[in-house]
Design a protein around this ligand. Sequence first.
Ligand SMILES: *[C@@H]1O[C@H](CO)[C@@H](O)[C@H](O)[C@H]1NC(C)=O
Ligand SMILES: *[C@@H]1O[C@H](CO)[C@@H](O)[C@H](O)[C@H]1NC(C)=O
Length: 360
Amino acid sequence: MGGARRRLMAGAMAVVAVALMATAAEGYISKETWAAIGRANRHGPFVGLVVPNAFEMVPVLNSPKFVASKTVPNLDVQGRRFRFGSIGGQNVVMVMTGLSMLNAGLTTQMLLSLFRVKGIVHWGIAGNANEDLQIGDVTIPEYWAHLSLWNWQRYGDGKDNELPLEAAGDYTREFGFLNFSDYTVGQGNPELSANELNSVWYQPEEIFPSSGVPEERQHAFWVRASERYYALAARLEGMELPRCVNGTTTTTTTCLPRAPRVARVSRGCSGNVFVDNARYRQFLRAKFGCTAIEMESAAVALVAYQQGVPFITIRSLSDLAGGGSALGNEASMFIGIAAQNAVDIMLEFVPLLKDDVGGH
Ligand SMILES: *[C@@H]1O[C@H](CO)[C@@H](O)[C@H](O)[C@H]1NC(C)=O
Ligand SMILES: *[C@@H]1O[C@H](CO)[C@@H](O)[C@H](O)[C@H]1NC(C)=O
């Protein structure tokens, strides 16, 4: 009995040990993979193409403007696939991040650490917080902020109360707050509308630029897109895209009230939050001036900025976040046209970088 039990235990421990070894080994990049990375880099410098999801990448793979590399079409590293090719004569390496800030940040860092990348172009769909624009419009924001890093203030405290660890420089009241009691349904009586959730204060990111001193933090809230790329993007501004798209699986055609167009805008806002809430959308517009609201760009921006690599984001609007427009909530209906529009503009933009040498 005891023997059988011991054998079982030993067996279980061996399984655990193998699992641990396998986990540890996968954290390293093998010699073979490093060699493949070296071979791929002979075709650099690349423009790094960073895309959140498959539905925003597949139209690129299907476009005749994307010519896949014949020598190294793709390379898989640590669960990510890096795809090589060219667009309008500019060599590119494309990687899909997956949803949200952690995925976007770590994938962008991998891209920049492994490959010779002279600049990053990021694209995808976004919610819209700017009622002057329409679904399908393609926005190119000049600044990005991450808006889901918060210091959540205790009930009873207000504007004049220092936040925990504010004195240590960890948190700040510089960028403002959202007070939940301002959103109580049927306001009027301040006692009844007081809200124990009180307020959240928006925080800048702690960053460690490669040009700085390691472990010496800096802070960043608004991160600017490359001024050079942003200036180049002016050439696409006003460009009109098809008003109607054919459905992929059915014979239905979806048409917008007017032809979508490309617009450079001031601000884009990211967070680990899918916003389908009109009041929060209006708050983001009023407080931070957000147009595109989505879940990856600020992470890409923060990594690119810290590594001194120029970046730009192209985001098409798929829905008025939280609805309230004549078009209702729309993301599922317009996701196809929006994704295609972002891809079309990315495919126009990348060839403009052919003669760009990189750097800031
Ligand atoms: C937020 O509202 C509460 C009442 O719910 C109030 O006591 C508090 O001072 C407000 N906080 C700020 C930062 O204005
Ligand atoms: C949509 O379908 C119509 C008719 O089948 C065709 O004429 C048109 O070119 C298609 N539009 C697009 C954007 O593919």
